[in-house]
Every structure is written in C-alpha cells, then in structure tokens.
Design a protein. Sequence first.
Length: 188
Amino acid sequence: MTPDAAVPRLVIVDDTDPAIRYSPQSAFSLQDGVLLNQAGFGGPVYNNTITGTRTNGSFFTFNFSGSFIRVVVAASGSSPSSTPAWKCTVDNNSMATAVYSWTPPLQITNYYACDSGQLLYGDHRPHTLNVTFTIPESAVGDSIVWLDSLQYQPLPSDPLDAVMLRVHNSDPTFSYNNISGHGSRTYI
C-alpha cells in the first residue's frame, strides 16, 4: 500500500456520501461505528458511520477527479474461512489490494483495502472506482465488510473549502519549528 507521506493531502469521502452508489442497495446497511470503535483495533471509524454488507458480489462505484484513491474498510468474521475480500478497479484497471489476514473474531477498523498507487499519476481526467466484495459461501451471514471512507488526492485546481481533508505532517505547505520551545506551525 502507498505510504501516507507519499500522498500527504487527501479528500475524505464518508460512506454516507450520496456520490457513492451501492449495488444492490438492499445488500448494504448503514450503521453507527460505536460497536466497531469499542471492539476492534485500528482506531475509530470516520464520522462514526459505516456501511456494511454480508452479501457476496455486492459492490459500489464512485466517480472522482484526482490522481490517487484509497478505500478504507472494516471487517469481521468468526473463523479463518470467513475472511471477506474485495476487488478494486479504477477505470477498469486493477488496483493494488491488501491481503486481509487476521485471527477472527477480531474486528479491524481503518484498514486500507486498496489504493491506486501510481496508476493515476498525472492523469487529470474523471475516473470511476469500482469495488466488489467477496464473502465466502460458507460464511454468508457470518462475515461482514464495511466501507468506512474513500480518500482521494484532489487535483491542484480543485476548490477545497467544502471538503474534509486528511493532511499528513509531510505536506509541503506546512513547516514546523520549535523556536519558542512550545512548538508551532506555519502555514505557507
């Protein structure tokens, strides 16, 4: 997976955003993240909401303009054979996909499922993300995978005043100094 420092500024899109199209809609349900925040590890879910499915072959699509995209999920199951999986594509090109392995019934949050790596570098055209979830047949009803958020690198010309940004401390528009002994930030 691409390190956070390689893409220091990302727009965060919550799972509840109407631009995300779930299919079939009936296979997905919105839940608050309290249960996963308390039972899992990886930190709290974004905006305290998650949209999950237990249905094999369910998927979602999202259109965006940017030069990088990442899918953040949470998942659970009760046995090694109930491990959910996913396939991610952008513009019908396969994306780097993380191998999901854990010792169930542990729940994991803030898991980077896949990202576009260098696939979109310098490409400023509109893109379509497709993510298909696979639930093992023996685990249908036992295993669940949730979309937590999408994170994409905006184009330099994109207005950022109405979006939520994740800014890594390596972002070059910030400089850090400790002249006063208390630490400070300077915005360039």
